[in-house]
Ligand binder design. Structure first.
Ligand code: ADP
Ligand code: MG
Length: 598
């Protein structure tokens, strides 16, 4: 006899087995124990409360921080034939009434609510009338002020639980694993001796690399063209960069849309939808975009600029490959990014712990400059010290590092900065070293300096690249509140005196990274056809394509070529309900394809 949970997993969700960590969480909830589940993005946390919700009598209340998250999950559940709804500010009065009436009749297995609802007294009335099976707190880190997404209303949850006539089991889920956040979750939700499940931070399917292209845009365009059939996110640090990158991409024939806090609400929503519905291939965005975006088939995240901390980076990059299929996280690094971030720290308000911010920035810069395994760096950063030294799936493991001694060049640059009294930015310093005959340099008398033209055989880009490296390695400080000014760090003097040597490392890509073991060999042709059909159906149902079937499911169809309903049920992600709804149309397409290619 199959267990009830496995049966639900197969029938509704169409998956043959649990992912790591899911089963024990589900079992604990079903035994009536509170749980804290800390699992990385894409690990399948939703299922950990959705399956118990289906097994238990009554309605599960799911607290979720974002309207878009709730909508995606409810759409997904409804698509699988599971009764679920959400209550948040996006409903009009009529919708609200109809949903609360149905909820009172016990119609829903899952009811998603925005935490802000707990602030209104009238809502308590509704809650007390429901037969609540379980309370799931999704994105539970929002309860902690230490987390990056603190939501004051989350702190009301414990009060809500206390006021219920009968205390249901409580499950808290998040991907944020710092000890402080974990403790806050347990304390502020008043969990009772919770079972804590922490699975590793690693996202095996993500490929990480740091690139230092001379021309970022050219690199980006080439990259996107190489990935023309996929959708992805390009993060930029400023609105201005978003605007210009987006415009240039469109001029080059890429369907890109934009997202930042300077746009109207309508445009932001429309652009986000265009991306989610696979109508725009790329979304170019500031970090305002992404929280709550569960588009599982995001195949790459390119950072056009370096973010200010590793936490930000891993969270943003982690929005790719949520379906578990291979995805790429590429960071385009340049010295200007360090300067921007340093200026931001300098100009931030008085209440900021600058030392800590500089430390975090340095750790981010170190990631960009390390020649060891990038995954190892990330995992150690988040406290997992036992990961292997080489992952075989990142820019460092798949690249070859070439080391060049740049001690002499560095000394020339540093002495030039000193001779111009540490008052100028990298533009002027480069011009002096290159020996440019500009009016400005003559007016300043810099053409008389001993360092004038001592690097004339180098290109300006090379000089700037070395300056960038010296900034990254803390030989040069960046100061000034209007213009970035270069100054010597104490560390520079050792180099100037010849006490230390310096090598710059450049990564040369040896080969394209090998496909990971989980990857199927698929026919691109058929995959594209299936995607086309998925889009048509998604449009008919007004839901994002990935909610109909994930990329993983389509790839599995390509591998298994199901021609009957029973075959179709073997495909990962096809449950009974979806088989009935869409099975025939997909089978027909596969038959047609198989017929044509025999
Ligand atoms: P998280 O909330 O942990 O980031 P989700 O719950 O959004 O992750 O799930 C990520 C993806 O993994 C979804 O597409 C989901 O359908 C899929 N998934 C979940 N559980 C399984 C499973 N047991 N087998 C295969 N895929 C799964
Ligand atoms: Mg989730």
């Amino acid at each position: 006899m199959k267990s009830k949970t496995i049966q639900i997993l197969q029938e509704y969700f169409g998956y043959s087995e649990f992912k790591r960590g899911q089963e024990s969480i589900i079992d604990e909830i079903l035994s009536g124990n509170d749980v804290v589940g800390i699992m990385p993005t894409g690990a399948g946390k939703s299922l950990c409360f959705q399956i118990p919700a289906l097994v238990l009598e009554g309605t599960a209340i799911v607290i979720s921080p974002l309207i878009s998250l709730m909508k995606d999950q409810v759409d997904t559940l409804n698509e699988m034939g599971i009764k679920a709804a959400f209550i948040n500010s996006s409903l009009n009065t009529q919708e609200f009434r109809s949903i609360t009436a149905k909820a009172q009749q016990g119609d829903y297995k899952l009811l998603y609510i925005a935490p802000e609802r707990l602030e209104t007294e009238s809502f308590w009335g509704l809650l007390s009338q429901l037969d609540i099976s379980l309370i799931a707190v999704d994105e539970a880190h929002c309860i902690s002020e230490w987390g990056h997404d603190f939501r004051p209303s989350y702190t009301k949850i414990a009060e809500m639980i206390a006021r219920l006539p009968k205390r249901p089991v409580v499950a808290a889920l998040t991907a944020t694993a710092t000890i402080q956040v974990k403790q806050d979750i347990i304390r502020l939700l008043k969990l009772k001796k919770p079972y804590v499940q922490i699975t590793g931070f690693d996202r095996e399917n993500l490929y990480f690399s740091v690139e230092k292209p001379r021309k970022k845009f050219d690199f980006l365009l080439k990259y996107i063209k190489k990935n023309i059939t996929n959708t992805g996110i390009v993060y930029c640090s400023t609105r201005k960069t978003v605007e210009s990158v987006c415009k240039q991409l469109n001029e080059n024939g890429i369907s890109a849309t934009r997202y930042h806090a300077g746009l109207t609400d309508e445009e932001r929503i429309a652009n986000q939808e265009a991306f989610i519905f696979d109508k725009a291939q790329v979304i170019v965005a500031t970090n305002a975009f992404g929280m709550g975006i569960d588009k599982s088939n995001t195949r790459y995240v390119v950072h056009y600029n370096m973010p200010k901390t590793m936490e930000n980076y891993y969270q943003e990059a982690g929005r790719s490959g949520r379906d578990g299929e291979r995805a790429e996280c590429i960071l385009l690094f340049s010295a200007a990014d360090i300067i921007t971030n340093k200026l931001l720290i300098e100009n931030s308000g008085n209440n900021v712990d600058r030392t800590n911010e500089y430390k975090k920035l340095q750790e981010m810069v170190d990631y960009c400059n390390t020649d060891s395994c990038l995954r190892k760096y990330i995992l150690s950063y988040f406290g997992e010290d036992d990961s292997p030294n080489e992952c075989g799936n990142c820019g460092s493991c798949n690249g070859n590092v070439e080391s060049t001694d740049i001690t002499t060049e560095a000394q020339k640059i540093l002495s030039c900065i000193k001779r111009t009294n540490e008052r100028f930015g990298s533009g002027i310093i480069t011009d002096v070293l290159k020996g440019s005959g500009t009016e400005k340099l003559r007016t300043l008398g810099f053409d008389k300096l001993t360092t004038f033209g001592i690097m004339k055989e180098y290109s300006k880009e090379t000089i700037k690249e070395i300056i960038a490296y010296l900034i990254a390695e803390n030989f040069i400080d960046v100061k000034g509140d209007k213009y970035p000014i270069l100054a010597l760090n104490l560390k520079a003097y050792g180099l100037l005196k010849g006490e230390t040597e310096l090598c710059i490392k450049r990564v040369i890509i040896k080969e394209t990274p090998k496909a990971k073991k989980s990857e199927h060999k698929v026919s691109n042709d058929l995959f594209e056809k299936l995607r086309g059909l998925r889009r048509v159906i998604a449009e008919e149902h007004r839901v994002p394509p990935f909610i109909i079937f994930s990329d993983t499911t389509l790839k599995d169809m390509c591998a298994k070529l199901p021609l009957t309903g029973d075959n179709m049920l073997e495909v990962s992600g096809v449950g009974k309900f979806k088989l009935e709804k869409y099975g025939d149309r997909f089978i027909e397409l596969i038959k047609e394809y198989a017929g044509n290619s025999i």
